[in-house]
Ligand binder design. Structure first.
Ligand code: UDP
Length: 345
């Protein structure tokens, strides 16, 4: 029986990984302070426990060493998947302190608890934002890491800390640098639930529901094929599969490494928008606005290293991601949104 601690397991990417872990036969301990994650998601996950598999939940904050240390004292943990973090670029520019304390200091506490409890394997949720403004496309892992905002810097600092901790203490890490994560669980049990929502696909889809804000397209004058930004949209279930492979690599005694998670292909904002119209079968209204500050024109992953080393292969298309996101959004609008509104009033 192998038990994996998942920090941020009540959030978007973390919760999809919890499902993938229990399906693969692991026991899971979710550690989350519920500042961005949702107790409703924890309940849904607990109800999904596969036969014989256990999902435990510990509410705690990584900024409190005792909280995270108690997770290792209470459970026999073999490895950690670390998702807990703040990840909004604009907010990180306005309030860097919030990001350095939560992301960097929180991770320092997590790593200290791991080392003290002799748990030396961690898969870390890193980001393409560690590369900064691309010097070439597609971006491979050798691309210089010069993040241009505090969010990206927190993730790069953590990657560097992990290297130092490997040299000094033998802590083994796999850092997965995500491009644009998209989609939801194919069975629509869980999906993307950010308040406020800033991401492209959920914002387009939300605009098709009554009470939804009109979709705002940020910038059509980029130097790209149709003037809108190009991003590499990686499906959240494909992403979770890569985490399982990285975890297996570490559990089998593999060493520290880092990989891009993307599809090697990009789609423009206009292409994503058209895919949303096709999937929903609706004409979607759009307001074209100025560029959003800090958006590079194009971000596409070179994913060869993860394909060859991890044996990973993304399988889902952009249409798959939009379709699963739409199916989840319908459920969210019909059930969960009411609870969210009640909490606000
Ligand atoms: N975008 C947009 N309208 C929105 C949200 C995003 O036009 O409501 C654009 C954004 O400017 C960027 C792309 O969609 O070019 C992807 O943005 P997102 O926030 O989803 O991911 P990011 O690439 O910033 O991590």
């Amino acid at each position: 029986m192998t038990t994996v601690l998942v920090t941020g397991g009540a959030g978007y990417v973390g919760s999809h990984n919890v499902l993938a872990l229990i399906n693969a036969g692991y026991d899971v301990v979710i550690f989350d302070n519920l500042s961005l994650g949702h107790s409703e998601i924890v309940e849904i996950l607990k109800n999904q426990s596969a036969a014989g598999r256990v999902i435990d939940f510990l509410k705690g904050d990584l900024q409190n060493f005792q909280d995270i240390n108690s997770a290792f004292e209470k459970f026999d943990i073999s490895a950690v998947l670390h998702f807990a973090a703040f990840s909004q670029v604009a907010e990180s520019v306005k309030n860097p302190q919030k990001y350095y304390f939560n992301n960097v200091y929180g991770t320092l506490n997590l790593l200290k608890a791991m080392i003290e409890n002799n748990v030396m394997k961690i898969v870390f949720s890193s980001t393409a934002a560690t590369y900064g403004e691309p010097e070439y496309i597609p971006i491979d892992e050798k691309h210089p890491q010069n993040p241009i905002n505090p969010y990206g810097r927190t993730k790069l600092m953590i990657e560097n800390i992990m290297d130092d901790y490997d040299s000094a203490y033998g802590l083994k890490s796999v850092r997965l640098r995500y491009f644009n994560v998209a989609g939801a669980d194919t069975k629509s049990r869980i999906g993307e639930w950010h308040v406020p929502e800033t991401h492209l696909i959920p914002n387009i889809l939300k605009s098709t529901f009554s009470g939804g804000q009109r979709f705002k397209m940020f910038g059509t004058d980029y130097d790209t094929k149709d003037g809108t930004c190009i991003r590499d949209y990686i499906n959240v279930e494909d992403l979770a599969k890569a985490h399982l492979l990285a975890l297996k690599h570490l559990l089998n005694g593999g060493g520290t490494n880092f990989y891009n998670l993307g599809t090697n292909d990009g789609n423009s904002v206009k292409e994503v928008f058209r895919t949303c119209e096709d999937v929903t079968g609706k004409h979607i209204d759009v307001d074209v606005l100025e560029r959003r500050e800090g958006d590079p024109a194009s971000l596409v992953a070179d994913n060869k290293k993860s394909l060859s080393d991890l044996g990973w292969k993304p399988e889902k298309t952009l249409t798959d991601s939009v379709a699963s996101a739409y199916a989840w959004e319908k459920i969210y609008q019909e059930t969960l949104l009411n609870g969210e509104l009640n909490k606000c009033h």
